[in-house]
Design a protein around this ligand. Structure first.
Ligand code: NAD
Length: 336
């Protein structure tokens, strides 16, 4: 049995409380820490089996019974709390992104060299049943040499403006999952990024210095070309699709829907919209990523993705920002 402490009781912190409590049999939550935790969240956590709620995450790090921490607090806290937790000898599951600053992620890497605990980053989409099936087809050689990867990733609605202002921009907040997906599907790093982007959804996003619509092309180390298209608002829901095309074939997935019913009538033929957003679409993936993390601790094996998998998408995101600002292709090597 692995004993965990969860730091951050916001949207994703609560998802992980629920997953550990209800779906990961070999883990239990001893403590949940959040300086701004609401009374109703604390009551809910107790009902979910959390033994103790605190406002101070250092209480989690100081508890000798706690084997591992899940860092689910605001992005600017991820790398400093990672370093503290690693030095305290705790295994760490850290939500994405580890940091917006490559130098800070390298500090986490140095801490891990000194204290080699397990470290996993929250790129949950790798654990989605659809994307895992595409990756399995690639691994089985059914696609052959990969030539083209396409990722469509469109949200049903933009986040609130307060969030947009501190998110680090669309590439580091949203596209970062797609950068990870391209690495996951191709099994290699990107070498170059080029971006076309615009503000087509909400002018307030542009006034905050961000974009809401983008097409990003990437050159990969294995020669493949990848293209990601993003929108902060798809009128029909959360649009999450990938395609991998290669010398021997192609693998593609469609969106998950509440049912696969297709209704044909005199008016036309209709089906369900995609599941609304990430909480609907990825609940199973969130539980599965934690099951892998806990099993790695129990069995002394590697986590399925580590700190380098947290670093590379941030470098890709920073290269994308530079490409947009300078309107040119940017080599990943230009980023630290
Ligand atoms: N993997 C995913 O699909 C996914 C989805 C959503 C969010 N996230 C990531 O998770 C992080 C949190 O996002 P969210 O949507 O849950 O945000 P949120 O604002 O709902 O929650 C963040 C929580 O962290 C708390 N917090 C801030 N500083 C803290 C500290 N020092 N110690 C403990 N708690 C602290 C806040 O009080 C808040 O309750 C972000 O970095 C985000 O990028 C990942």
């Amino acid at each position: 049995m692995v004993t965990v402490g969860i730091i951050g009781a916001g949207r994703i912190g609560k998802v992980h409380v629920e997953s550990i409590s209800t779906k990961v049999a070999n883990a239990r939550i001893k403590m949940l820490a959040d300086p701004f935790i609401r009374e109703e969240t604390a009551q809910w956590a107790k009902k979910m089996g959390v033994a103790h709620v605190t406002k101070d995450y250092r209480e989690v790090l100081a508890d000798p019974e706690i084997d591992a921490v899940l860092i689910c607090s605001s992005t600017d806290t991820h790398s400093p709390i990672s370093v503290e937790a690693i030095r305290a000898g705790k295994h760490v599951f850290c939500e994405k992104p580890i940091d917006h600053d490559v130098a800070k992620i390298r500090e986490v890497m140095s801490a891990l060299e000194e204290h080699p605990v397990k470290y996993q980053v929250g790129f949950n989409r790798r654990f989605d049943h659809n994307f895992a099936a595409v990756r399995a087809a690639v691994d089985a050689g059914k696609i052959g040499e990969i030539h083209i990867v396409k990722v469509t990733s469109r949200d049903p609605e933009p986040p609130g403006m307060e969030y947009v202002k501190v998110s680090g921009g669309m590439f580091l907040d949203m596209t970062i999952h797609d950068f990870d997906m391209v690495r996951y599907l191709t099994g290699c790093n990107a070498t170059e990024v080029y971006v076309e982007a615009a503000v087509l959804v909400d002018p307030a996003i542009g006034e905050a210095g961000d974009v809401d619509t983008a097409v990003i092309t990437l050159k990969m180390e294995n020669g493949a070309i990848a293209v990601i298209d993003n929108s902060r608002k798809a009128a029909y829901g959360y649009d999450q699709r990938v395609e991998v095309f290669g010398s021997r074939g192609m693998a593609a997935v469609s969106n998950d829907t509440a049912s696969s019913a297709v209704i044909s009538s005199a008016e036309g033929v209709t089906g369900e919209k995609p599941l609304h957003f990430f909480l609907e679409r990825y609940m199973d993936a969130y539980a599965k990523e934690l099951q892998y993390f806990v099993d790695a601790i129990e069995n002394g094996t590697d986590t399925p993705l580590g700190v380098v998998d947290g670093l590379e998408p941030v470098r890709m995101g920073l290269a994308a920002k530079k490409s947009l600002a300078e309107h040119r292709p940017v080599k990943i090597a230009e980023i630290g």
